[in-house]
Design a protein around this ligand. Structure first.
Ligand code: GDP
Length: 203
């Protein structure tokens, strides 16, 4: 799939105010600084469609983008900010929970994790929560340019080991780098396949 059209639609903190359209949507979420904005910009061939984070904690909203006029890419707030207050965290949790539990249009979530780090409890807890709530997800490993191939393999194996304690099989995953444009085609093809399986042509 080539992305020929990418447009910001709206930001809000209330799932009921999200676009009413039934276009399939794909949500991107991960810890602050994981490289989510860079990944969205890489996927959409834009320098600043998603704002890269200057000040973590500022982008606490559900952001909808219309892609190729037939699907929505959703940029969700990053979790795990050290500098955000407890009250802000609770409010955040509430609307994210509501988003995942009520957004019928959601096809799958993409949970972003920095490939350089060992499996982090906050990411594993979030994946477990998605699983318990029946929300399909894939993992996107980011910043692969920072590691050599054998280290990438080692880090993914560490993830597999931890995840297989909870899951019957390793969730679907992608290895990406926004700075080296790695993984873009695979990810877009995957979304395209899901869109096509829902009788949508997005070519
Ligand atoms: P966000 O907070 O998750 O939206 O993360 P950003 O996209 O703003 O990126 C956070 C930091 O990681 C920035 O300094 C980016 O330049 C850097 N970064 C993002 N993606 C990559 C990548 O693929 N490779 C490398 N080396 N750095 C990246």
């Amino acid at each position: 799939m080539k992305i020929k059209f990418a447009e910001f639609v709206m930001s809000n903190s209330n799932v009921e105010k999200c676009p009413k359209s039934m276009l399939p949507e794909y949500a991107f979420i991960g810890r602050s600084n994981v490289g989510k904005s860079s990944l969205i910009n890489m996927l959409t061939n834009r320098k600043s469609l998603a704002k890269t984070s200057g000040r973590p904690g500022k982008t606490q909203l559900i952001n909808h983008f219309l892609i190729n006029k037939n699907w929505h890419l959703v940029d969700l707030p990053g979790y795990g900010y050290a500098r955000v207050s407890k009250t802000a965290k609770k409010t955040f949790q509430k609307f994210i929970t509501q988003y995942f539990n009520h957004r019928e249009q959601l096809v799958t979530a993409f949970v972003l994790v920095d490939i350089r780090h060992t499996p982090q409890p906050v990411d594993l807890d979030f994946m477990r929560w998605l699983g318990e709530n029946g929300i399909p997800f894939s993992i996107i490993f980011t910043k692969a340019d920072k590691l050599k191939p054998n280290a990438i393999e080692r880090h993914i194996n560490d993830y597999k080991e931890v995840l297989l304690e909870t899951w019957e099989e390793m969730p679907n995953y992608f290895i990406t780098s926004s700075s080296k444009s790695i993984g873009k085609e695979n990810l877009l093809e995957y979304i395209d396949t899901l869109n096509t399986s829902m009788n949508l042509s997005s070519k």
